[in-house]
Write a protein of this length. Sequence first.
Length: 173
Amino acid sequence: MTSIRPNKSLVSLNLASNSGPFKNILGARGAQAISLYLQSTGSECLLNFLNLKQCCLGNDGASALSKGLRRNRSLVALNLSGNSLTHAVIKQLAKSLPAALVDLDLSDNDLGDEGVASLCHYLYYRREDASDDEEEQDLKAQLKRDKFSVEPLRLLNLSKCKITCKLIPQSLC
């Protein structure tokens, strides 16, 4: 992963893995390398699609990745399914989602009711521009100054995330 250089023309990065002997095990180190790539290309990054399905990121990897996602303005699809993410990292990850993001796959993670509630809370404030989080308000103000709009999600995959039936009506964001 250290070989990814600031390639400003890269639009799609697919490192998705399957179980078996050829599984991609990026982990937190791989996520950190991707995060550094996203940070190094900054506002000139053209990456639209990032697929990290089943790459063994865990919470530490998602936390590292969120630092790179925070200022990204081009990513429209992100797949983090099957990475052993829990509710503990969802708030940080959700607050880092790029404004252009319209497709988010968090399926097959152990988010549970608490993680999904945190995600939906962020998505509501992302859309309504009514957050009381000062850092989030600063980022939204910067996006407005730069004439970037916050796109609503069109696809949100939360299958196999251990959600109970009682949460479903409340979590439809």
